[in-house]
Design a protein around this ligand. Sequence first.
Ligand SMILES: NC(=O)c1ccc[n+]([C@@H]2O[C@H](COP(=O)([O-])OP(=O)(O)OC[C@H]3O[C@@H](n4cnc5c(N)ncnc54)[C@H](OP(=O)(O)O)[C@@H]3O)[C@@H](O)[C@H]2O)c1
Length: 287
Amino acid sequence: MKPTVLITGVAGLIGGYLARTAARWAPQWNVRGVTRAEADLTDSLQLKELWRRYQPSLVIHCAALSRTGACEQDPAQATRINVDATRSLADLARDIPFVFLSSDQVFDGSTGHYVETDAVNPLNEYGRTKVEAERVVLQNPAHAVIRIALTAGTSPTRDRSFVEDMVRTAASGMKMTLFTDEFRCPIPAGVLARALWEFAAQSRGGLYHLGGSERLSRWEIGELLAGRYPELLPWIQPGSVADYHGPPRPPDLSMRSDKIQAMLSFGLPGFRQWLTTRSQAGDDPWG
Ligand SMILES: NC(=O)c1ccc[n+]([C@@H]2O[C@H](COP(=O)([O-])OP(=O)(O)OC[C@H]3O[C@@H](n4cnc5c(N)ncnc54)[C@H](OP(=O)(O)O)[C@@H]3O)[C@@H](O)[C@H]2O)c1
């Protein structure tokens, strides 16, 4: 009998990739993916029943209210799923490895090139819930928090990743201004999933950053994507965050992933190199 890994949020982008890639990267596990339809993780009775049903040996917790706008609109719900449900799950998982996915949005983006020891200072509700949940999870030294960078991929519902958002916006005929002075370290979802599986196999606790090895502006990311999705081209234009009027945006959320890189059997790729190589080979860009 293989040990069971419980993956929450499998109808989402990253949980979906973990489930899809498990046969390749984690054949040693009996994978149980949970959707909200099977269990609402904010409901303690449903959560306990889920735990009783699967009795996992590992949890990878991907379920979240992951859109910053949705968290701003309903901070109470954001706290319920991002913090309270995480606390309940971490408590149930107190004697087994637990991997919680956090975000680069815990930082204010004032300096970029963030490492795990840098101070957090979230600018939005989403980031605040992640900071709170991180503190809860890290109380157990056997538990791990992985801060994820902007992730590119195709979600089961086709409406979750930033790439899907951009393609949909272009299809609706809306212009997108992509900032030349806002930076991220994007990572393809398939690469992320492989790294998470390798990390999980090592049963390590603590705090880690996981992103692509290349720091790119939003505009550079858009230009690269337009090479793969030419329908984006008429709808993207460069701009400066200095001309943007709206809720605060962290300008530079680039992270260094050296700590987790040292644990992996493969090099975390740069987004440009990855996309170019995959396109030339005619492969699925997100792996
Ligand atoms: N994608 C990124 O670029 C990125 C970057 C940094 C960090 N992260 C973090 O990585 C994790 C996974 O992200 P993702 O992009 O895969 O998110 P996602 O696509 O939004 O998926 C999250 C999943 O959680 C489920 N969920 C929400 N509330 C729930 C509840 N009460 N009970 C059970 N399930 C619930 C959602 O269900 P429904 O489908 O029913 O809504 C959804 O399937 C999240 O913690 C996110 O904050 C993601």
